[in-house]
Design a binder for this molecule. Structure first.
Ligand code: 4AD
Length: 567
């Protein structure tokens, strides 16, 4: 700009300043919220100044890095005006919207008030309804039924409410129409509310889809317990991709989801199948104590407690008790919670897990391994033979097939060779050596590469428990076996037990265990010893494999792990 035109601009600005109210804005230090347009409290932008004071003002601008206010330039004013027009338009629109919202709210409020007067009654000519659970829906079509449950899904249309009802035994699509949709409860219905529905279940025509291919056409209904809406709505408490700790805190609500409840249904069926398989194999179920004064799997993972002034522990394994049952009941099994004060935060460790353990007398190591294989395969076969359970497994683990028999049997020493041949290193990044405890990561890698169940056997004495029978002729190794499953790793740990009293006494000594609290266990070798063996199966680990869960935590109702003992 030439010096004469600069002078002219300044003159014009001077005129503007004198004619109109001066309003200041400072690009660097102004504030659109707290400014008032004075030189001491300027705005940050010209558009904010205009929105507060109108356009008929003298805008004085302080650019970044400058000390004095100057009148806004012509182009700056044009730009600010444009932004101002847009902002005013927006403001107007928002005001119109707010008015509309207010109107709508008022009309909704009116509708809600009116809905309180709508009273519904069962149809006068309706026959008595038969109370059913959703699992009985198919056999109860075309007669009037009463079904109660939780609103699992909800879709409200004009004069039509579609909801999916859940009662734990299944899901049922239900449709409410006409006056049934106009009551106060209908207008304020929320997910997870409990309702009682009356009506007739009708098969759906071809092409329409719903659980069970039918829907309940409701003729009368009641709301039993309204779940909150708004901020406290169920869908605000948990969502699928919420933080794991939020999901853990809300496990009681997560359980209601389709996936969590399916896992628990498979869990119940698997427990039943295990018991049936044990029965067919001739084992008797016993109930073992939880409170004990002996360790089975090493002192480092014991939870201890004060027991009437004496030290006691939560059981790590029922094995020792099962061994004492053999002379009384023959082969036995138990389903008992075991507790491990695990320091490991892995996805397959729990502090409390359901332990399925068995003990068998008068059999050799080879027979023990065959029995374990039979137990797993027989149980899986039973589950897959049940259509409802097969569908749940397919839902959770698409493409699952029963494992092929016989399982691969692999000696510990061959496993070490395999790991080294395939460059699978220890946690410290070194090649494996005979004598090493194969760490979880390496074990998982090998199992996933082989991608079949493996009976990994004959581990070194030093890395296994004191009670394990030695391999004859190779005394540094034991008749021990782990079952490894792809995706999870070890799900079973078992062994033949020392049956010679002197060997056992020497083993206590080697381990630094005081033999006196074990008198009852040692007595088994005194009063008619026998060749025997057994195993423990981590039920949550088997379920994680069967239902393809990332962690065993998903297979437990209320999982406990390091630092988590709630809800
Ligand atoms: O290998 P473990 O420690 O063996 C025993 O307790 C034997 N006394 C069992 C017996 O012979 N009766 O544990 C057996 C199985 C493991 O293979 C694993 O599946 C499971 O129990 N398990 C755990 N599952 C979840 N969380 C933990 N912290 C577990 N510890 C063991």
């Amino acid at each position: 700009m030439s010096s004469s035109s600069e002078a002219l601009a300044a003159q014009t600005a001077q005129m503007q300043v004198s004619d109109k109210q001066p309003v200041h804005y400072d690009e660097a230090h102004g504030n659109d919220e707290s400014g008032d347009g004075s030189a001491a409290k300027p705005y940050k932008t010209a558009v904010a100044a205009m929105l507060k004071h109108g356009t008929d003002v003298a805008l004085l601008q302080k650019k970044s890095g400058e000390d004095a206010y100057e009148p806004i330039s012509g182009s700056g004013l044009k730009k600010a005006k444009k932004l101002y027009d847009v902002a005013i338009k927006k403001q107007k629109k928002a005001e119109e919207q707010a008015a509309l919202d207010k109107e709508r709210q008022a009309s909704e409020q009116k509708k809600l008030e009116e809905s309180k007067k709508v009273v519904i009654e069962p149809p006068s000519d309706a026959p008595e309804a038969k109370r059913i659970k959703i699992r009985q829906a198919e056999e109860s079509r075309d007669v009037r039924v009463k079904v109660s449950g939780w609103v699992h899904r909800l879709r409200v249309q004009k004069d039509l409410i579609f909801l999916v009802l859940r009662d734990g035994t299944g899901y049922l699509q239900c449709v409410l129409q006409g006056k049934l949709t106009q009551t106060y409860d209908a207008l304020t219905l929320t997910l997870e509310s409990t309702v009682e529905l009356y009506g007739v279940i009708k098969a759906l025509p071809e092409g329409k889809k719903a659980p069970g291919n039918h829907e309940l056409v409701v003729d009368y209904w009641k709301c039993i317990g309204k779940a909150p809406g708004g901020e406290d709505a169920f869908s605000n408490r948990i969502s699928e991709n919420a933080d794991p700790s939020i999901l853990a805190d809300n496990r009681h609500l997560v359980l209601r989801g389709e996936t969590a409840s399916a896992v628990l249904k498979v869990r119940a069926a698997a427990l039943e199948a295990f018991r049936a398989e044990f029965k067919s194999l001739g084992l008797t179920e016993v109930n073992t104590p939880c409170l004990v004064q002996t360790q089975v799997e090493g002192g480092s993972t014991l939870f201890s407690l004060d027991y009437y002034g004496e030290k006691a522990y939560l059981t790590q394994s029922s094995q020792l008790y099962l061994e004492t049952c053999l002379p009384a009941l023959g082969d036995v099994f138990c389903v008992q919670e075991s507790f491990r004060a695990e320091k490991s935060h892995t996805r397959r460790h729990l502090s409390e897990f359901t332990h399925i353990e068995a003990e068998l007398a008068f059999l050799n190591f080879d027979e023990l391994m065959t029995h374990i294989e039979q137990l797993i395969c027989g149980t899986v076969d039973r589950l897959l033979a049940n259509q409802a359970v097969r569908e749940l497994i397919e839902q959770l683990n698409p493409g699952f097939t029963a494992p092929k028999r016989p399982f691969m049997r692999m000696n510990y020493k061959d496993a070490i060779q395999y790991l080294n041949d395939h460059n699978i290193l220890t946690d410290e990044g070194k090649p494996h050596q005979v004598g090493d405890d194969i760490a979880e990561a390496a074990e998982r890698k090998m199992t996933d590469q082989l991608n079949v169940p493996i009976l990994l056997h004959s581990f070194p004495r030093e890395i296994k428990s004191f009670y394990m029978q030695r391999v004859v002729g190779d005394e540094q190794f034991t008749e021990s076996v782990d079952v490894l499953m792809p995706g999870v790793g070890e799900i079973v740990g078992g062994s033949m037990r020392m049956n010679n009293r002197e060997d056992l006494l020497e083993a206590y000594k080697h381990e630094g265990i005081d033999p006196s609290p074990y008198y009852w266990y040692t007595d088994q070798r005194l009063y008619g010893t026998c060749e025997h063996g057994g195993y423990g199966l981590g039920f949550e680990r088997l379920l994680a494999w069967l239902t393809n869960r990332w962690t065993v935590r998903e297979a437990s109702l209320y999982p406990r792990w390091t630092g988590r003992c709630t809800p």
